[in-house]
Design a binder for this molecule. Structure first.
Ligand code: NAD
Ligand code: TYD
Length: 368
């Protein structure tokens, strides 16, 4: 039986990981530590709230003493560290929070883990600190470049990716210097349920429903490698089981899309749903599709993101060979599951689209 401390477990990927783990390993103890920032939502954990081994702690990873107390009182043997500021656009308009949470916060966790697991020797079994990172630390690819491998040199371009790169290096240093048992996964863009609607895919879905413009940065030709979020959880699970301590693993979907193609695809899928569903037409009368007009009429090219990375792509060969990792959910399945989830969970997205969210969206998007 494992005892996990999951930081950032009330956010998008963290919550999906908690659901995944509770389902796969119902006997395990799951302690979630989350500061419930704008991106964290206690309701994301509703599916596991009654789970016997589940505990939620509202708190900050910067609070080293709190983390030490949790490690001791819960006899935690595994930390899975998701907590972060995660949105590139926010890192451009306000980098400080990224340095605070992603760098200093990660260091605070590492210090606590070292204190309790190594200095006090309190971990009865082999401990593990798993750090959840991103492919964005590798920088930007041209269309011809090979995909990122674990050997690709770090070249972060945004304050977000720079802060994640710094945190990755601290994790590495705590292994080499203090003997902390660490692993790191660098994953590509995730999508799926509970995705906060400031990110491309949920933003497009909800703007179609509301008949609001679909902002495409620059020419829309930038490329991302999309992975359904439960496959990320699966990749982390395999890394915990089979990953070599001190190593990093690239996790991705082998599923590259230009932004404009992905937006066009979501528009088509929505149009088809509206055409066959009278209830949908009545629920969302402001959507062009409710009146038989194509959703892609909402597409609007806007000013490009500063320093916009052109392409990310992940080479998963190491994860395939060492961990036996292969994504289980095809993009066709995943994107349809995602649309189904947003259409069935209106209460969830209405609750996260509050005044603060609206202010952010309004200040962000200016038509070019
Ligand atoms: P998210 O923004 O949806 O959630 C972040 C969570 O962390 C929130 O619940 C928030 O309340 C919590 N948090 C923030 N600051 C905290 C603090 N100081 N103390 C405690 N909790 C705090 O992020 P996400 O998209 O779920 O990403 C999770 C992790 O995965 C991040 O580390 C991110 O860098 C990484 N990642 C994300 C993607 C992606 O596509 N979203 C891809 C690869 C890696
Ligand atoms: P995003 O979901 O913010 O993830 P990331 O920047 O971490 O890859 O953005 C995905 C891509 O979509 C990225 O190239 C920026 C672009 N984008 C838009 O064109 N319009 C938008 O409104 C948003 C949020 C993103």
């Amino acid at each position: 039986m494992k005892k996990l401390l999951i930081t950032g477990g009330a956010g998008f990927i963290g919550a999906n990981f908690v659901h995944y783990w509770a389902n796969e390993y119902p006997e395990d103890r799951l302690v979630v530590l989350d500061a419930l920032t704008y991106a964290g939502n206690r309701n994301n954990l509703a599916p596991v709230e009654q789970h016997e081994g589940f505990r939620f702690v509202s708190g900050d990873i910067l609070d080293t003493a709190l983390v030490e107390t949790l490690l001791r009182e819960e006899s935690i043997d595994t930390i899975v560290h998701f907590a972060a500021e995660s949105h590139v656009d926010r890192s451009i308009s306000g980098p400080d929070a990224f340095i605070e949470t992603n760098i200093i916060g990660t260091h605070s966790l590492l210090k606590a883990a070292r204190q309790v697991w190594i200095t006090e020797g309190r971990c009865p079994v082999q401990h593990r600190f798993h750090h959840v990172s991103t492919d964005e630390v590798f920088g930007s690819l041209t269309p011809e470049d090979p995909a990122f491998t674990e050997q690709t040199a770090y070249a972060p371009n945004s304050p977000y990716s720079a802060s994640k790169a710094a945190s990755d290096f601290f994790v590495r240093a705590y292994h080499h210097t203090y003997g902390l048992n660490v692993t790191t996964s660098n994953c590509s863009n995730n999508y799926g349920p509970y995705h906060f609607p400031e990110k491309l895919i949920p933003l497009v879905i909800l703007n179609i429903l509301h008949g609001q413009s679909l902002p495409i940065y620059g020419d829309g030709k930038n490329i991302r490698d999309w992975l359904y979020v439960s496959d990320h959880a699966y990749g982390i699970d395999l890394t915990l089981k089979k990953g070599r301590v001190g190593e990093t693993y690239n996790i991705g979907g082998c599923n590259e899309w230009t932004n404009i193609d992905i937006v066009q695809l979501i528009c088509q899928l929505m149009d088809t749903r509206f055409a066959h569903d009278d209830i949908l037409r009545r629920r969302f009368p402001k959507s062009p599709a409710a009146g038989g007009v194509a959703s892609n009429s909402l597409i609007s090219y806007v000013a490009d993101r500063a320093g916009h990375d052109f392409r990310y792509a992940i080479d998963t060969a190491t994860a395939n060979e060492e961990l036996g990792y292969q994504p289980k959910v095809s993009f066709e399945q995943g994107i349809n599951l995602t649309l189904d989830w947003y259409l069935s969970n209106e209460q969830w997205w209405r609750s996260v689209m509050d005044g603060t969210y609206q202010q952010w969206i309004e200040q962000q998007y200016k038509v070019a």
